[in-house]
Ligand binder design. Structure first.
Ligand code: ADP
Ligand code: MG
Ligand code: MG
Length: 893
């Protein structure tokens, strides 16, 4: 026989799934001997049964009656007894805290008759009528469906008539009248009387709490917080205690430490002569909790004692609801409290020092996303003023700069030492130099995974995207805010990538201490960290993570500067050094020449001109990463990305022709090349290894550059560890062909220089076919690196640029994805390919090195997956390296 109801004395905090967090913790406090009003919990199982069938589960009523009888016996009174009523609260509470999202009904059991009994035994008419009008209000709204605003309007109107500043200005007679008004309201709105049978009140209140699981607010909240929809809520039924019994009573909330900073101390609010949510609803001004000492020293002392007991028991920050009834303190709720990232690190560290938890536990309680937030400078929230607009907070942090409207202007001003914010409708790869130069990127279109957002995050740059209220006019070089403010180029704006807000002018900044220390180098940070500070807490968490993690952490870096920074952040090598950026800028000309070459001789010349430049690029990076592996990827994107825009060119040629002039010869040649190379779907076109096989000399030039850089570093006394990575392989034969060429060039350079150049050759796994034929591929590859960005695109068959802004938000809303598969690895699909490739690759070559270099390498949930899948390392942008170190450690706990 199923059982649905549990007394507080029968439960404990380990039963949160069944009793909900609130019920389980009330049971726990009861077990600890703390003063909790007696009660029982109707399990989430009962709720699920009710929601599935729409009918009260069989046997529930009898069980409730039995447990109610026990509460009545301990109280020496029965529910709603006319001369001395026992009253109940009927409270919602799911496994995961959903604060204020569901319903709770207080004072259940009061009726037209028992309100007089309550007045007599309490000696307060006012209290009795206040309690009754509250019941009518909560029951009327929650159970009977009268809009809550109707009650509030009636209450407001009464206060106005009485000239009362707040509810304390209403006397017993006013409140009795109000109860009458509320009953009329219920009758008018529902055609039904407020039920005068206490048992019926209880029954209907319980069902209404069940129903509140599917309320609109609750559903929205669950979606945002990724809480499953099928858990259901428990219902806690508990004897009422009264904070609205006069000045010696009251209701309050408290934290055992400051949830914003983690500092110890007394944090909370208290409201005398109040019930339930009054204290947080702002109907009257609450006083700081410390003032309770003056009002009621005994209750205050007892409360501090209990808070300490709770914190030692839960070994964590707790938040608390309590009520004082005529000098007697009652605990109504506790839970491990939510906190900021800063507080999470500080509290975990403090608890270790207090001997309550060990370092492993402390590591389990902090997270990579929190660490990332601590690495960015931020605005001083107290001093920012009203924002101009809001967008999607895509890359956290705070930035201030002059608004500029194109990449060139951004680069120009930045070179002159000015701080700029690049404002675009949306960005594309051509905006890259401007993004690099800018403090922040602000766009009016696109979501969290738009180009602007992805690139900005990769660079650790602040980004607010999709600020749709802004009208961005790039041609006129200005944008307009909804309040009519026009921001011309050069005007200073502030962009808060943590909240999505955009401000006019320079909002005041607070630098991040954590970042300063991390940038100072990993060892330096440990030394410099002061005992007890946030920086020390972060440093120790990272040390603990490093000592337990199995995954290595490398960085994706294309320049010596990035490589050096990554190393300071603790990177153990470079997992992805892209070479395409090295083909941009002034070198574009050379690349154009190579592409346009008509004869092998022309092409060779162009390649020869590129060679020394590439060699220098690699030498700088190898120097910055001396002694650590540097995985260099051969050119990956389609070549035409290096040519001018097709539309622009055609327009230029057509304009010249229309004027009767002869178009520039070079433009004609370029246009012909662009036309020839145009692809309907470049992502699936001539790129990656295909390019290397199709353009003679390209692979050889790149490999020669790597090998020459290695030789130069060896001669300089360095320890270069270059690895060569072939992108977009789908079949082992592609790899075999390229590898033969690579080895030929390595041998050549070795012979010419007299220095043996030994670079392992490996491949990216970024096509489903590569994952599915990983065995044979591994026979030719020294290492695998999962390119999970492309692997996600090719597995799902959608291109990131085309889908993210378009339909991802809808997909997330409708539950197709919990999160974008470009942010967090899709374990079911893409992850399955990863597992297959790891297993079959290792079977073919047991010493195969396996890593990942997609953006997922810095995503906490994905890092845990890669750990479980048995990878050797993750590689991510330099700024995510500390995040990945931390999460790799947490994954190993
Ligand atoms: P929420 O989950 O929204 O916090 P609660 O169930 O905690 O809702 O209840 C709402 C308010 O009612 C809280 O302030 C709580 O302290 C108060 N309350 C709940 N049960 C009782 C009770 N038995 N006696 C007095 N106040 C209560
Ligand atoms: Mg509560
Ligand atoms: Mg790729």
């Amino acid at each position: 026989m199923v059982r649905y109801v549990y007394d507080f004395a029968e439960g404990g905090r380990e039963m949160a799934g069944l009793l909900g967090g609130k019920g389980a913790n009330l049971a726990e406090m009861t077990r600890m001997g703390l003063p909790v009003p007696p009660g029982f919990v109707i399990s989430t199982e009962a709720c699920r049964a009710y929601l599935a069938t729409g009918a009260e589960p069989e046997g529930l009523a009898a069980e409730v009656a039995r447990h109610l009888a026990a509460v009545e016996e301990s109280a020496g009174r029965t529910l709603g007894r006319p001369d001395d009523p026992l009253l109940l609260s009927v409270r919602s509470g799911a496994r995961f805290s959903m604060p204020g999202m569901m319903e709770t009904i207080l004072n259940v059991g009061l009726t037209d008759g028992s309100v007089h009994g309550l007045a007599r035994v309490s000696g307060s008419e006012r209290f009795a009528w206040d309690s009754y009008r509250r019941l009518l209000q909560m029951f009327g709204a929650t159970v009977m469906g009268v809009p809550a605003s109707r009650f509030e309007e009636a209450l407001g109107a009464l206060k106005e008539r009485r000239g009362a500043r707040d509810d304390l200005g209403l006397d017993a007679e006013d409140l009795a009248g109000l109860a009458g008004v509320f009953k009329d309201l219920i009758r008018r709105e529902t055609g039904e009387e407020f039920p005068q049978d206490p048992a019926e009140q209880l029954r209907r209140a319980v069902l209404a709490v069940f129903e509140s699981w599917n309320g609109e607010r609750a559903r929205l909240y669950r979606r945002r917080e990724h809480i499953p929809d099928d858990l259901g809520t428990a219902v806690t039924v508990q004897r009422m205690v009264f904070g609205n019994l006069g000045a010696d009573s009251g209701s309050g909330v408290a934290f055992t430490r400051d949830p914003a900073t983690g500092r110890p101390g007394v944090y909370g609010d208290y409201l005398p002569d109040a019930q339930g949510e009054d204290v947080v609803s702002g109907i009257r001004n609450a006083v700081p909790l410390a003032d309770l000492e003056r009002l009621d020293a005994t209750s205050y002392g007892r409360l501090l004692e209990i808070m300490e007991t709770l914190e030692r028991h839960y070994r964590d920050l707790c938040d608390i609801e309590f009520t004082v009834e005529r000098g007697e303190l009652w605990m109504l709720q506790t839970r491990v409290g939510k906190r900021t990232a800063e507080a999470a690190f500080a509290i975990a560290d403090a608890l270790v020092r207090e001997g309550l938890i060990d370092r492993r536990e402390a590591l389990a309680r902090v997270g990579g996303e929190g660490l990332a937030r601590l690495m960015f400078p931020r605005f001083d929230a107290d001093r920012t003023g009203e924002p101009l607009a809001h967008g999607v907070p895509a890359s956290p942090g705070a930035a201030v700069g002059a608004a500029v409207f194109d990449s060139a202007e951004a680069a120009r001003r930045a070179a002159a030492g000015e701080r700029v914010v690049l404002v675009r409708q949306e960005t594309n790869p051509d905006d890259l130099p401007g993004m690099v130069a800018a403090q922040a990127v602000l766009t009016s279109r696109g979501g969290k995974t738009s180009h602007a957002a992805v690139v900005a995050r990769g660079m650790g740059k602040v980004c607010v995207c999709g600020a749709e209220e802004l009208v961005v006019d790039t041609a006129a070089r200005r944008f307009t805010a909804p309040d009519g403010t026009v921001v011309e180029e050069g005007r200073v704006v502030s962009v808060d990538g943590s909240s999505g807000a955009v401000y006019l002018g320079a909002a005041p900044l607070v630098p991040s201490e954590v970042m300063r220390r991390l940038e100072g180098g990993v060892d330096g940070a440990a030394e410099a960290a002061e005992e007890g500070g946030l920086v020390a807490a972060v440093t120790r968490a990272l040390e603990q993570a490093d000592s337990v993690r199995r995954l290595e952490v490398r960085a994706n870096a294309d320049t010596p500067e990035d490589a050096a920074r990554a190393r300071r952040f603790g990177a153990q090598g470079i997992g992805l050094c892209r070479t395409e950026h090295m083909f941009l800028g002034e070198r574009r000309q050379l690349v154009e020449r190579m592409i346009l070459a008509c004869t092998p001789g022309d092409r060779e010349q162009a390649l020869d001109a590129l060679l020394p430049l590439q060699t220098d690029d690699f030498a700088g990076i190898l120097e910055a990463m001396d002694g650590l592996p540097v995985t260099i990827r051969l050119l990956d994107p389609p070549l035409h990305e290096f040519l001018p825009d097709r539309v622009e060119l055609s327009v230029r040629v057509a304009t010249a022709e229309a004027r009767g002039e002869r178009p520039e010869q070079r433009d004609l040649e370029l246009l012909a090349a662009v036309d020839r190379m145009h692809e309907e779907n470049p992502m699936m076109g001539l790129r990656g290894v295909r390019l290397g096989l199709a353009v003679p000399g390209l692979v050889a030039m790149q490999v020669r550059a790597v090998a020459s850089a290695v030789v130069a570093r060896v001669r300089a006394g360095g320890d270069p560890r270059a690895e060569i990575m072939v992108p977009l392989v789908g079949d082992v034969e592609e790899l075999r062909l390229v590898k033969a060429e690579v080895e030929r060039v390595l041998a050549e350079v070795g012979e010419e220089s007299g220095v043996t150049v030994d670079c392992p050759v490996g491949t990216m796994i970024e096509l489903p076919r590569a994952a599915l034929t990983a065995g044979p591929i591994a026979e030719e590859a020294a290492f695998f690196s999962f390119g999970t960005n492309d692997l996600t695109q090719t597995t799902w068959g959608f291109s990131r640029d085309d889908v993210e802004a378009e339909f991802f938000p809808g997909y997330i809303d409708r539950g197709v994805f919990a999160a974008s598969p470009f942010e967090t690895l899709d374990e079911e699909g893409v992850g399955r390919l990863v597992r297959i490739a790891v297993e079959e690759g290792r079977r073919a070559r047991p010493d195969l090195q396996i890593g990942v270099c997609g953006e997922h390498g810095g995503d906490p949930a994905s890092v845990h997956f890669f750990h479980a899948a048995g990878l050797d390392y993750v590689s991510c942008s330099p700024f995510r390296v500390p995040v990945a170190r931390l999460e790799a450690g947490r994954a190993a706990l």
